[in-house]
Write a protein that binds this ligand. Structure first.
Ligand SMILES: *Cc1c(COP(=O)(O)O)cnc(C)c1O
Length: 358
């Protein structure tokens, strides 16, 4: 049950209680449309990552604009979104525990579901029938088997297992997304694409078709769509555009649409004010939030329920919009989005997969 009742539809923004997870619908819709147009023009499949929003309404809107489906990070995230009407999910992650794999198999009976594997010891555990992608490590040093021969052996193992379908390569370079310099970011993306292309060629030379090469996030998709290698991109954060993405040089061309709406609750007059959104209202793992429209103001310190702002002229009870440092974990702190248009609440959208960790 929601800890706080959502505001009524039509409520003026100024009357929305704080902190609130606020979505600027006009900016959000422009972001969605821009990515959809870009992918369509490049003739590349778009499978946005739903770990950013965890919301079936948003996933359905992405698919209505041409996305082939979404990515999820967890089986429980996929369950929540499929319950919400999403029909095609790639779990872009490793699932190795048999109970979770059984839940995945149950999902595959009511939606199109695929999963990633990076270790042949998992293959005998996989339920059938299932689409399986081989995840290769293309430089992110997170999950993924080494490209080339090791990936080939794993793909052969999958292809030779009855009722498992080898679906292609998962080649996501997470560490590249936030490289500040565009030249260095492009180089990291090019190295990832090269490793994926080399592996796909090797597979084809051994008679394993490799029609899907998926990867790419909001920081590299511009390079990935022109690589000639990726056939699908998985950007997530583009819909919201958080403060950390805005710190990239030549940031991706999206508008901030997600805000933490907050209020000055204390103005002791020592050159700072205190807002009611601390680290339980806005994730600070990728840096502090920024204050929308106030580049001279700094959010200098976050404690559980307090945020200290310096450099502004705010007064007690002023309400303002923070741009969260990192959108994904910020969304996970809320039960619902307060979707705003023309200064009023237009909709309340549940964060369906909030807390979906399993
Ligand atoms: C997080 C993630 C994405 C999306 O990244 P953004 O930076 O949010 O665009 C895509 N693919 C995978 C596997 C991810 O973990």
């Amino acid at each position: 049950m929601a800890a706080t009742l959502p505001p009524d539809i039509g409520t003026p923004l100024a009357d929305v209680e704080t902190p609130a997870l606020m979505l600027d619908l006009d900016a959000f819709e422009r972001n969605l449309a821009h990515m959809a147009r870009t992918a369509a023009a490049a003739n590349i499949r778009l499978r946005p990552h739903a770990k950013s929003h965890k919301c079936a309404e948003i996933a359905r809107r992405q698919m209505a604009l041409g996305a082939v489906g979404v990515c999820c990070q967890k089986v429980s995230e996929a369950e929540a979104l499929i319950d919400g009407g999403v029909t095609d999910v790639l779990v872009s992650n490793e699932v190795v525990d048999p109970p979770k794999l059984r839940r995945l198999a149950a999902l595959a009976e009511r939606a199109t579901v695929a999963v990633c594997v990076d270790d042949e010891r998992v293959v005998p555990l996989l339920p059938t029938p299932l689409d399986v992608l081989v995840e290769i490590d293309v430089g992110g040093n997170r999950c993924g088997i080494a490209p080339g021969e090791p990936a080939l052996r794993l793909a052969e193992r999958i292809a030779n297992t009855p009722n498992l379908r080898f679906g292609g390569l998962h080649a996501y370079q997470g560490a590249a997304q936030h490289i500040r310099s565009p030249v260095d970011r492009a180089n990291a993306a090019a190295r990832a694409a090269h490793a994926a292309a080399h592996t796909a060629d090797l597979l084809r030379a051994h008679g394993i078709p490799c029609n899907l090469i998926t990867g790419g996030g909001s920081g590299t998709y511009q390079f990935d769509i022109t690589s000639g290698v990726y056939t699908e991109i998985q950007p997530g954060s583009y819909i919201f555009m958080d403060a950390d993405y805005a710190r990239n040089e030549s940031p991706p061309p999206f508008e901030h649409s997600l805000f933490v709406y907050t209020q000055v609750m204390s103005a002791p007059g020592h050159g700072y004010v205190v807002v009611d959104a601390g680290l339980k209202a806005s994730a600070v793992d990728s840096g502090m939030p920024t204050v929308d429209g106030c580049p001279m103001v700094s959010y200098t310190r976050a404690s559980d329920e307090h945020g200290v702002l310096t450099g502004g002229t705010f007064r007690l009870r002023d309400k303002l919009r923070l741009v969260p440092g990192h959108c994904d974990p910020t969304v996970n702190l809320y039960d619902y989005y307060v979707a705003i248009r023309d200064g009023r609440v237009e909709a309340i959208w549940p964060v369906d997969a909030r807390g979906a960790l399993t």
